[in-house]
Design a protein around this ligand. Structure first.
Ligand code: GUN
Ligand code: FE
Length: 493
């Protein structure tokens, strides 16, 4: 049962727990273990299996519990732009689509003083409240129980996102985006000094620490947007700021996403040996750092990231949509780097980690067809391909390790937090007469039948097969209920 006091798994005696509507949904019936990750020390020593609790209590045997998804990289203010990118690539996409929408979440700092003009919670634009509320609803409905959010530069709106996650019950890391480099950032949306960037960042950290003093649900995360958006003094101060807390704060940023971005980093930081070395120089490459994308890393950079035990957020939907490239995930894993999945909304077009898992499988299947890969891997044995269980592993246990919560999240181990989704697969109910015999059109209740796909027509599919069909053809209509720390935070009839 899930202990009401701390929302952790204490056993499987459902009858003992009448909290949050559990009992009507559950009955003991058994486990299915899905094997995942066939390489690299079973990913840093964690259990290679995803244990899925199968529920056969309902009249139809089509439901199972699955660990909540962990989105290790998502931009909350970009949600209104999901699906909007045209034929842009990273740098022009930022200017054309992204900075304009993010700038709407508050007023810019005063260019004379450099200070934020708005620091009061009541200065949060209504638009920011509404969009952030919608992002939380939407990600919860897709089974995301924990997300590492980028907000904007605006303190009031960033604090509002923190409060909303806290009150709605979504586990979250919240980062105020730091962007003080006038050589890259646009004047209508940037910090006007490194000092002001740090002061504003501190304000959001203090707000979150007051909101959730033990960090049970919401934690701050230091967020230099990426190297080009920050000056050297800002990067240095952010590294120091993260280290000044005990335990040190989490850090998130982007790395090696796009070829033009790599050239820009070289131009802006000519003294650095590599992109990863820029972050390392300012103590931003730590075991609590989440690096998004990591598509074009060199072997030396991978070794450095491994040495620092920094983590990678793989964002395959975004990498394809913005034409950034195909991330060699297997190489990262084999080099001993911890990897999770990110939606990267709105570089990514979907708020769903199920979609990210699907795209992780798809992009890994295309990787072997690229000339660059073939040059380095002439054996062509398909080693690079990720399986469905592996992609699910990355979306759960992998993500848990990325946010440094591997012993709390991502599975059903005793003592873990009850951050869980109840998945319902679609069913066809065979009717007595065939349509040809005059059964009225529309007699199938589509809501009861559930989503398209996932139909076990002959009742012969194994759970492994059902789960494959869920990953390849499922969506948020399959998510019947979601809990975070034992609290029911989403359900659909
Ligand atoms: N690099 C810097 N900012 C961003 C962003 O908002 N999205 C993505 N995908 N890459 C970035
Ligand atoms: Fe991103």
């Amino acid at each position: 049962w899930v202990s009401a006091a701390d929302g952790r798994i204490q056993g499987w005696d459902w009858e003992a727990s009448d909290e949050n509507g559990f009992t009507e949904l559950m009955n003991r019936s058994g486990w299915v273990d899905i094997e995942a990750i066939a390489t690299q020390d079973q990913v840093n020593g964690h259990d290679s299996k995803i244990r899925v609790k199968i529920v056969t209590a309902s009249e139809e045997e089509n439901e199972f519990f699955f660990p909540g998804f962990i989105d290790t990289h998502i931009h909350a203010p970009q949600y209104p732009n999901a699906g909007l990118f045209g034929s842009s690539t990273l740098l022009d996409w930022l200017e054309t689509y992204t900075f304009p929408v993010e700038s709407r979440f508050g007023s810019p700092p005063d260019p004379k003083t450099g200070h934020q003009t708005q620091t009061d919670p009541k200065d949060t634009p209504l638009l920011a409240q509404q969009i952030y509320d919608q992002v939380i609803s939407r990600t919860l409905s897709h089974g995301t129980t924990c997300a590492s959010y980028y907000a904007t530069t605006h303190v009031p709106a960033t604090n509002a996102l923190s409060s909303l996650c806290h009150s709605r019950g979504q586990r979250a890391f919240i980062g105020r985006a730091c962007m003080d480099n006038p050589d890259f950032c646009v004047d209508y949306y940037r910090d006007f000094s490194a000092d002001d960037s740090i002061v504003a960042t501190r304000q959001t950290i203090e707000y979150i620490h007051t909101l959730d003093p033990d960090g049970k649900l919401v934690k701050p995360i230091i967020t230099p947007r990426f190297a080009p958006s920050c000056t050297r003094p800002a990067l240095q101060s952010l590294g120091k700021l993260a280290a000044s807390y005990s335990p040190p704060l989490h850090i998130q940023t982007h790395i090696s996403e796009n070829i033009n971005e790599l050239a820009l980093v070289k131009e802006l930081f000519p003294e650095a040996d590599s992109y990863a070395a820029v972050y390392d120089k300012y103590n931003l490459l730590t075991s609590r750092t989440i690096l998004a994308h990591a598509v074009h890393l060199t072997a030396d950079e991978r070794a450095l990231i491994r040495t620092r035990d920094a983590k990678v957020s793989h964002c395959p939907a975004s990498n394809s949509a913005l034409g950034s490239g195909i991330c060699p995930v297997r190489t990262l894993l084999d080099d001993g780097i911890t990897v999770g999945l990110g939606t990267d909304v709105s570089g990514g077009y979907s708020p769903s980690i199920l979609e990210a898992a699907r795209q992780a499988c798809l992009s890994s299947r295309l990787l072997g067809h690229s000339a660059a890969w073939q040059k380095d891997h002439p054996q062509g044995d398909g080693w690079e391909k990720l399986s469905v269980p592996e992609s699910l592993y990355l979306g759960t246990r992998g993500g848990a390790a990325v946010v440094d919560m591997a012993s709390d999240l991502g599975g059903f181990d005793m003592g873990m937090l009850w951050d869980v989704q109840l998945i319902r697969l679609g069913r066809v109910k065979l009717v007595e007469k065939s349509p040809l015999d005059g059964v009225v059109d529309g007699s199938v209740d589509l809501v009861k039948a559930g989503p398209v796909g996932n139909v076990d027509l002959f009742g012969t599919e194994s759970w492994e097969e059902k789960i494959q069909k869920w990953v390849w053809s499922g969506d948020d209509r399959n998510v019947k209920a979601v809990w975070v720390g034992g609290r029911l935070v989403h359900s659909r009839v």
